[in-house]
Write a protein that binds this ligand. Structure first.
Ligand SMILES: O=C(O)CCC(=O)C(=O)O
Ligand SMILES: [Mn+2]
Length: 198
């Protein structure tokens, strides 16, 4: 394998009952900080509320849903915005590396350490069985927590600026994932999860 190929190839992370792979830097036509600034600036961010155990809460982060189809989770129904040229360029880079197609992307903006995402699996029926989820991060590094649903084994992966994490196979059936709050001073982080709604 030549240097260029290895720099653009997902490296498998061995994991029980799932498929996981990581690329430290997704090749993009712009530096990470330019993509981060443009995405923060150009996205129609929303502070969504969700119903958890019958109570309505504001989500501790901002989000936006772009794609060809709507999406529902936790009693929330997201009407999609179209892919912008910037998002489409990023999508093509993610598709080239992962060898899969995606028709939707969920953007999450963690403004600081108070923003978080609770433990969950991306197992909505519209993602089909064994969904491929490609997760691209920009900005501050936050640990991505993975917890096995039965053995409770826990893994912490630092998702660094420009990195791509790929989850596939029975990952969503067997593992949950999330982003914890932190009291440490951390800057803004953006995460884009590319998905295919069937
Ligand atoms: O911010 C992250 O790394 C996780 C995002 C995530 O799990 C999701 O959007 O479903
Ligand atoms: Mn998720």
């Amino acid at each position: 394998m030549d240097l260029f190929t290895s720099a653009c190839t997902l490296a498998p992370i061995p994991i029980r009952d799932g498929e996981l792979a990581f690329l430290p830097q997704l090749p993009l036509p712009w530096p990470n900080e330019v993509v981060l600034a443009r995405l923060i600036e150009e996205t129609a961010w929303r502070e969504e509320s969700v119903v958890v155990y019958g109570k309505r809460h504001l989500q501790p982060r901002l989000s936006a849903w772009h794609g060809e189809k709507g999406y529902r989770y936790s009693g929330l129904s997201l009407a999609p915005l179209p892919f912008t040229p910037l998002l489409d360029t990023i999508r093509r880079a993610v598709e080239a590396v992962t060898g899969r197609r995606y028709n939707s992307v969920l953007l999450n903006y963690y403004r600081d350490g108070r923003d978080s995402m609770g433990m969950h699996s991306d197992d909505e029926p519209e993602l089909g069985s064994q969904p491929a989820i490609a997760s691209l991060s920009f900005g501050a590094t936050r640990p991505f927590i993975l917890r096995h649903k039965h053995t409770k084994e826990t893994l912490k992966l630092p998702l660094t600026d420009g990195s791509l994490l790929f989850m596939a196979g029975p990952m969503q059936a067997n593992w949950m994932h999330g982003i914890n709050k932190t009291a440490k001073p951390v800057g803004a982080r953006l995460n884009l999860t590319f998905r295919n709604i069937v």
